[in-house]
Design a protein around this ligand. Sequence first.
Ligand code: GLU
Length: 424
Amino acid sequence: MTTVEAPVSHLRENPYEIAKQQLHRVAETFAIDPNLVNVLQQCKKALVVSVPVVMDDGRTTVFEGYRVTHNVARGPSKGGIRYHPDVTLDEVKALAMWMTWKCALSGIPFGGAKGGVVCNPKQMSEGELQRMTRRFTSEIINEIGPERDIPAPDVGTDGRVMAWIFDTYSMNKGHSVLGVVTGKPLTIGGSLGREEATARGALYCVREAARKKRLLINETRVAVQGFGNVGSFLAKFLAEDGATVVAISDSATGLSNPNGIDVQAALAHKRETGSLTGFRGAEAITNEELLLLDCDVLAPCALEQVITEENAAQVKAKIIVEGANGPVTPAADDILEDKGVLILPDILANAGGVVVSYFEWVQGLQEYFWKEAEVNAKLNDIITRAFNETWATQENRGTSMRLAAYGLAVQRVAEATVTRGIYP
Ligand code: GLU
């Protein structure tokens, strides 16, 4: 007899409560009007839809899907769609709020949104995924659009899924609507550099932080958790900059080698076999062990809440670069700050993705596409400026980088809300 273990969610705390707690901390430090905090702590709109899908075996499974808009004071709402078994409405609300702050900090003209479907994409066939995506798109079709709300990839979704969303929306409108979704494949209006953009933005942040801390990238030891779109490219870019990548992991395996892992070979292994399991030239470790390894830079690039009050004191890294959204809980933040760890917060460190999404949206609206070097240079400008504004704010205010980044962002959204006025 086999016993099936009940799935355990990676979410120990309610992420929406965390997001609201962060907002209240920021409001206190930056003296934001409590009336505005009341507005900003709520999501403007939250849609819950049921998504019936005929599975390959003929049975019908009904998935639950969400699309949440947090705020549109600075422009149409923007944010990814997540396919994961642990997705909850409150998680999507938190992620939507973080998108509002992320876009404001980067100075791109968007508000924040997020979507999700509770499913396990790794256990679904391509046909099932396509039918689920098309039905989900149809259920939220009146909410999305180039001037309204623009989805993108997130955990568990990719260019292929974006192509189905683009096609479903366009078929319903009767013409191709390039601006409805970003992260599209290059053949149908995607942007050069979008796939690597989140990691590239994180790389630019690490370079700036290293400069401030007088560290040389080619002398740093890096541990990267997560080997998906963000972690795999970040490990590759840091290795190309001369860093020693001492550990990597995916959801199945962790690998460490104090002399450095051959990231190119690991990428090839993942491409061929679908996971890091069985990769030679490194010792197997758990994801938990990876977070506590002796290294200079730790990059959590997987899911939320991996560094908590339980393990924060044992983190040895000097710099944490948040490739994922919400990987460090507020309680862990306090412990790490006391230890003098420099945290490059999610809304800064992983903003590269949405910044190049903005470029893709602009290119789509103009039907004029840029060279990759142009995309990367413009991305570098925006991320480096956001980093330096955040750095200056943390110095002036004597706060953490997280509080500085959130403070700048919340102030910008608050200002836009006041300038527009509250309707009617
Ligand atoms: N899902 C990504 C994020 O969390 C990208 C969002 C986008 O490009 O709209 O930032």
